[in-house]
Design a protein around this ligand. Structure first.
Ligand code: PEP
Ligand code: MN
Length: 334
């Protein structure tokens, strides 16, 4: 729509789309509103819309995903929760333990990562573990702990929903709901996430292509939730010097194809702490919108992912080095 399109003109276009038996989906941007059309079996003639009042252009989308594509929305999506922004020119850091283990553990880590500059706190209350005998999370008790951490530190909370039932519980507490790599193509869970009022952090599946990741995000957006943050967390390859292979090239690729923010999880990519700082710096350099990093004050005794968790001092060092990189890149932009 044109920048100065009125609500009435927007409504008229939506009505016209419905009249054709199709579904309009509004995608608000910083400059203008775009109206995506879904439900069509084949191409639609752009001329049906071009003459309507307030319409700037009608663009056939060449990709199988529509609402997530830059063709539909050229400007970057910026997700704002309170004072925290993710997307655009922001670089936002989420940090915390893999799993919520106790209030003490979470508060200790949260205070340290906040001091170092993290804006959000991560911690799984419901854990998707490879073995049924591994720690599965503190569940509801874990969510209560996360709410207490937010109350005491002011940090916003990111936590994972592993299935439908859990999502209904998690969305009451979380500021951002994580959908993990193992669930990236759990299409019914994605649809349910699309009905949530909370932003969704969608992690790339361990052998998913970029197109599959974007189609997964499309499931969420097609149900009406525009607040999707993508996350590159490494894919499985023949390499055995790290747990997964961080696909840094996914960042510029996604930024070209989609308006959605994309952050990097160097912890699950590497699976080992010594690679987390260099990979984070790489993520910053290739244009990621932020990081989600595992940090633990006592990783030897962590109940999950200790070997890849940074010590709080290392996290502070990482934040410091990102500041240095940021001043270099600003220098480069002058
Ligand atoms: C996690 O963030 O703790 C996690 C399980 O991540 P992933 O889904 O990327 O493996
Ligand atoms: Mn983990």
């Amino acid at each position: 729509m044109q920048k100065d399109a009125t609500q009435e003109q927007i409504d008229k276009v939506s009505e016209e789309i419905k009249r054709l038996g199709l579904t309009p989906v509004s995608i608000p941007g910083t400059q203008r509103i775009a109206i995506g059309i879904i439900g069509n079996a084949g191409p639609i003639d752009p001329e049906l819309f071009i003459g309507l009042d307030g319409v700037r252009d009608a663009i056939p989308v060449s990709k199988p995903y529509k609402l997530v594509s830059r063709e539909v929305k050229p400007d970057d999506t910026i997700i704002q929760i309170g004072d925290v922004k993710i997307g655009g020119n922001e670089f936002t850091v989420i940090a915390g333990p893999c799993a919520v283990e106790s209030l003490d553990q979470c508060l200790t880590i949260a205070r340290l990562v906040k001091k170092a500059g993290a804006q959000l706190f991560r911690g799984g209350a419901f854990k998707p573990r490879t073995s049924p005998y591994s720690f599965q999370g503190l569940e509801e008790k874990g969510l209560e702990i996360l709410a207490e951490v937010r109350k005491q530190t002011g940090l916003l909370i990111v936590t994972e929903a592993i299935d439908h039932d859990v999502l209904a519980v998690v969305e009451k507490t979380a500021d951002i709901i994580q959908i993990g790599a193992r669930n990236m193509q759990n299409f019914s869970l994605l649809k349910r996430a699309g009905k949530s009022a909370k932003p969704i952090l969608l992690k790339r599946g361990m052998s998913a292509t970029i197109e599959e990741l974007l189609m997964a995000a499309e499931y969420i957006m097609s149900e009406g939730n525009n607040q999707v943050i993508l996350c590159e967390r490494g894919v499985r390859t023949f390499a055995d010097h790290s747990r997964n292979t961080l696909d840094l090239s996914a960042i510029p690729a996604v930024r070209t194809l989609s308006h959605l923010p994309i952050i990097v999880d160097p912890s699950h990519a590497a699976g080992r702490r010594d690679q987390v700082i260099p990979l984070s710096r790489g993520a910053f350099a290739v244009g990621a919108h932020g990081l989600i990093v595992e940090v633990h004050h006592d990783p030897k005794h962590a109940l999950s992912d200790g070997p890849q968790s940074l010590y709080p001092e290392q996290f502070a060092e990482l934040m410091h080095s990102l500041k240095t990189l940021s001043s270099v890149s600003q220098e480069g932009n002058k």
